[in-house]
Design a protein around this ligand. Structure first.
Ligand code: AHM
Ligand code: MG
Length: 334
C-alpha cells in the first residue's frame, strides 16, 4: 500500500516538464490548495462553529453576504497575500482589487476568485465551491492596477475550482488537460483521482434554471423546448434535467459525466446580460470545459475571447458538450 499521487507531487512533475519554470506557480497553487482545505473544513463544520447564515452585509453586486462568503474570502486573502508570487488579487466579494501589504514583494501572477460560489446553498447542506483564475501580471514585481485584471480568458495561465461536496475535491488545468484531486482527510492531502477529465461531445442531460424561461431570448426558448419534447420532438431522444444552483457542482457533474449548462441572456434585468461573472466564474469554468474537450459560449461569442470592460462584468454562459453548445449557437445565427 502506498500514498497515491499527491497534488504537490503532480504540480512538481508538471513544472519539471518546463525547465524555464521558477517554481513560483507551483508554490502559488499549493498555497491556494491550503486555503481550499481550510474553507472546506469550515463548510463541513457549518452550524457546529456558527458559520451558517447571513453576515448582515451586501457585496458590491447588492447580494447578501453569508458568513461563509466572508470567512472564505478572508481565508484566501490571508493564505495568499504574503507569498510574494502575486501582483494583485480580486474577488467577487470585494469592490476593488485587494492591496497586497506594503512590505511584501510583488510577484508575477494575478489571482481572481469567487471564494464561495453557490453560497446561498450552504444553509441547506448542498455542495458549494471556490472558483479561481490565474493570469500573468502585465508587469511583474509591481502593484497591479484594475486594468491589469481585464484580460480575456484565453490569457489564463491556470484555472480551477474546489468543490465542497460529498468529498472536498480540487480540479484544475494549466492548459494540459483537466485533472481532479480528492482530499484524503486522514492525511490532509489532495490525491489524484480523476485524470484527464473529458466531456463527451453529445449528451442527454442539461442544466438550466427553468423558472427564468419567460425571460430568455428566442434561440434558448427553442433549444430547451426541443429538449423537453424528448423522443417525440425533433431531437428524437429524451433529455434529463439537473440544476444544483451551485455552478461548481453543475460544472463538476458535466466534467464527470457530460452535459450542457446554461445561464443564458436574461431579459429580467436589461442592465445584466446574464447572472454569472466573466472574470472569476465564466472564464475559469470555460477554460476547464474547453480543456476537457467541450465548448463555452455566450450564444454569440466564445467566452474566452471576450475583452472584459469591468471587474464584476456579467455574461451569458452556455457550456459543456461541444455538439450541444454548437447547436445553441446555430439557433442564435438562424
Ligand atoms: P453566487 O456567486 O452569488 O453564489 O451566484 C452564482 C450562482 C451559481 O453558482 C449558480 O449557477 C447560480 O448562481 C444559480 O442561480 P439561480 O439561483 O438563479 O438559479
Ligand atoms: Mg459565484
Amino acid at each position: 500500500m502506498h500514498i497515491g499521487t499527491t497534488l504537490t507531487q503532480f504540480i512538481t512533475e508538471e513544472t519539471r516538464r518546463h525547465p524555464e519554470a521558477s517554481g513560483d506557480f507551483a508554490a502559488l497553487l499549493n498555497d491556494l490548495a491550503v486555503s481550499c482545505k481550510f474553507i472546506g473544513a469550515q463548510v463541513y463544520r457549518g452550524a457546529l462553529v456558527g458559520a451558517l447564515g447571513s453576515a448582515g452585509t451586501d457585496n458590491v453586486q447588492g447580494e447578501v453576504q453569508k458568513k461563509l462568503d466572508i470567512i472564505s474570502n478572508d481565508a484566501i486573502l490571508h493564505a495568499m497575500d504574503w507569498t510574494g508570487h502575486l501582483a494583485g488579487m480580486a474577488s467577487e466579494e470585494m469592490d476593488d482589487p485587494y492591496a497586497i501589504p506594503k512590505h511584501i514583494p510583488r510577484g508575477k501572477y494575478l489571482l481572481l476568485f469567487d471564494p464561495l460560489d453557490g453560497s446561498s446553498n450552504t444553509d441547506v447542506g448542498i455542495s458549494v465551491g471556490t472558483i479561481f483564475s490565474i493570469l500573468r501580471a502585465p508587469v511583474a514585481g509591481q502593484n497591479a492596477s484594475l486594468k491589469d485584471f481585464l484580460q480575456p480568458g484565453v490569457e489564463q495561465v491556470a484555472a480551477g475550482y474546489a468543490l465542497y461536496g460529498s468529498s472536498n475535491m480540487l480540479v484544475y488545468s494549466t492548459g494540459q488537460g483537466v485533472n481532479g484531486f480528492t482530499l484524503d482527510p486522514s492525511i490532509g492531502e489532495y490525491i489524484l483521482t480523476h485524470q484527464q477529465m473529458r466531456i463527451p461531445e453529445d449528451t442527454q442531460e442539461y442544466a438550466i434554471n427553468m423558472s427564468n424561461q419567460r425571460h430568455w431570448q428566442k434561440p434558448v426558448q427553442r433549444y430547451i423546448e426541443e429538449l423537453n419534447q424528448g423522443s417525440e420532438g425533433p431531437r428524437q431522444k429524451n433529455f434529463n434535467m439537473r440544476w444544483v444552483g451551485s455552478m461548481v457542482a453543475d460544472v463538476h457533474r458535466i466534467l464527470c459525466r457530460g452535459g450542457i449548462f446554461l445561464y443564458p441572456f436574461d431579459q429580467k434585468d436589461p442592465k445584466k446580460p446574464g447572472k454569472l461573472r466573466l472574470l472569476y466564474e465564466a472564464n475559469p469554468m470555460s477554460y476547464l470545459v474547453e480543456q476537457a474537450g467541450g465548448a463555452a459560449s455566450t450564444g454569440t461569442a466564445r467566452i474566452l475571447e471576450i475583452q472584459p470592460n469591468s471587474l464584476h462584468q456579467r455574461v451569458p454562459v452556455i457550456l459543456g458538450a461541444k455538439n450541444e453548445v454548437e447547436r445553441v449557437l446555430s439557433y442564435h445565427l438562424s
